[in-house]
Write a protein that binds this ligand. Structure first.
Ligand SMILES: NC(=O)c1ccc[n+]([C@@H]2O[C@H](COP(=O)([O-])OP(=O)(O)OC[C@H]3O[C@@H](n4cnc5c(N)ncnc54)[C@H](O)[C@@H]3O)[C@@H](O)[C@H]2O)c1
Length: 420
């Protein structure tokens, strides 16, 4: 979709939904029923719905939407099997929506919307939800391209203006153990942070097969992970969590440039679309600090997901929540932490009830941009600056959302690939 088409589309989507929107902040006080809608009924969306229903006593799931009705039905079926939320399910058949535009219809029925589709759709759906005055839980990453990030930033500003929530799925910021660890780093326990080494080394993830009845668009949508316009590549889709933790540790400080290497060594078959399976990127900060990012998804290689923080007086590790200082002191978080996925919904709904909506928009945008900087530096093979990235017109969305033909772009070749 071109930028002007995207804007026209947003305007239209917003206008339709706005006609039925509740007044922003309508549920800020009291115990009125909060009607929740889920968009994107996969693994994460199903769990997010469960967490939303556990977060507040007077909340119901009233509408669901997925590109595919079979996905929606299997999500609803598994929600029905969870005893403590069974009475909070009220999804009548005429409030089950599919296709590319289903979310617009869903918005007419809800007060809170959970956006859990592949991230390629996030900017469009978020803009429509905020335009319509709905409180939003918005999974990470928030976009897959630069145009999407700009759109999300506008939505975040509008959400603030309208006093509605934008709670992001960068869930580690809602984990008590990490909050305690990062607080100590911010308090100077390890001195100034000079560098971080973030790793996301895992095995491969699902592939949902193929079916001769599927069009190329259906194939890509079902196997969305392997297409950059849908997932952003795995450095954006998954490793963005580590970039978010780095942004948090660096107290919002953002990198100025990045240089990276990467490619696909194992995931080479056409069925895996055009994403990479490894990246190694150095991100530079204006004051000389460095962020070293490693991510890999390969079989038969050891896993390691961690965030190692190197300070002038010691070091910290965010996944085991440990700190070691140069004078030999050791600290480890020893409290019990409530499940962070539940905490983000608890805080989202508490904010709605208190009339103090959460807005994670700006940090979520910046963490997504850090991942985009790392991806694009690697794809182009050049040292890419933040300024070059944010001034690019990159928009990966297809011209039309239709179930027919769609090309698979080539695997990016460094030195040849260009950032739009
Ligand atoms: N915060 C976390 O720790 C965490 C964990 C897992 C996933 N996630 C995020 O959640 C999102 C979804 O991941 P998942 O693992 O649930 O994937 P999934 O494939 O299991 O679910 C995504 C669902 O969205 C549907 N969908 C696709 N396009 C749609 C559209 N335009 N409208 C409506 N539905 C659409 C798909 O059919 C699918 O059922 C991703 O952005 C992922 O990064 C976050």
């Amino acid at each position: 979709m071109s930028e002007s088409n995207r804007r026209t589309f947003l305007k239209t989507a917003g206008a339709t939904a706005a006609a039925v929107a509740l007044a922003p902040g309508a549920h800020a006080a009291g115990n009125d029923l909060l009607r929740v809608g889920l968009v994107g009924c996969g693994g994460r969306g199903t769990s997010a719905a469960k967490e939303a229903l556990r977060a507040d006593p007077n909340v119901k799931l009233v509408a669901m939407c997925d590109a595919f009705m079979d996905r929606l039905d299997s999500s609803l079926k598994s929600l029905k099997n969870i005893k403590d939320i069974a009475t909070k399910l009220d999804v009548a058949d005429d409030r089950k929506f599919d296709g590319f535009d289903g979310y617009k219809k869903l918005l007419e029925h809800v007060d809170v919307v959970l956006l859990c589709t592949p991230p390629g759709f996030r900017p469009l759906q978020l803009a429509a939800a905020v335009e319509a005055g709905k409180h939003v839980f918005c999974e990470k990453p928030v976009a897959v391209d630069v145009a999407g990030v700009h759109s999300v930033l506008e939505s975040a500003k509008l959400a603030k203006k309208k006093n509605i929530s934008l709670c992001s799925g960068f869930c580690y910021r809602y984990d008590q153990a990490k909050r305690e660890t990062v607080k100590r780093i911010h308090d100077g326990v390890i001195g100034d942070v000079a560098a971080m080494h973030i790793t996301y080394l895992t095995g491969p993830i699902w592939h949902r097969g193929s079916d001769p009845k599927w069009t190329p668009m259906e194939y890509q949508m079902r196997n969305w992970y392997y297409y950059t316009w849908l997932s952003g590549d795995f450095i954006v889709e998954q490793h963005c969590h580590n970039f978010d933790k780095a942004q948090w540790v660096f107290n919002g400080k953002l990198p100025v440039a990045a240089t990276g290497v990467g490619g696909r060594a194992q995931r080479r078959e056409a069925k895996f679309g055009h994403i990479y399976d490894h990246f190694a990127v150095t991100l530079e900060y204006a004051d000389g600090a460095k962020l070293f990012s490693f991510c890999r998804q390969m079989e038969q290689c050891p896993g390691n997901v961690n965030d190692h923080v190197i300070g002038t007086k010691g070091s910290a590790q965010l996944m085991p929540h440990t700190i070691t200082t140069r004078d030999g002191k050791e600290w480890e978080y020893d409290g019990r932490a409530k499940d962070m996925y539940q905490v983000e919904h608890d805080e989202l709904f508490a904010g709605i009830r208190a009339g103090k909506p959460i807005n994670d928009g700006e940090s979520a945008v910046n963490s997504t941009l850090m991942a985009l900087l790392a991806r694009e530096a690697t794809y182009t093979g050049k040292r890419l600056t933040w300024k070059e990235l944010v001034s690019s017109k990159q928009n990966l969305a297809p011209a039309k959302y239709e179930w027919g033909a769609i090309e698979t772009p080539p695997v990016p070749t460094p030195g040849i690939y260009k950032l739009a």
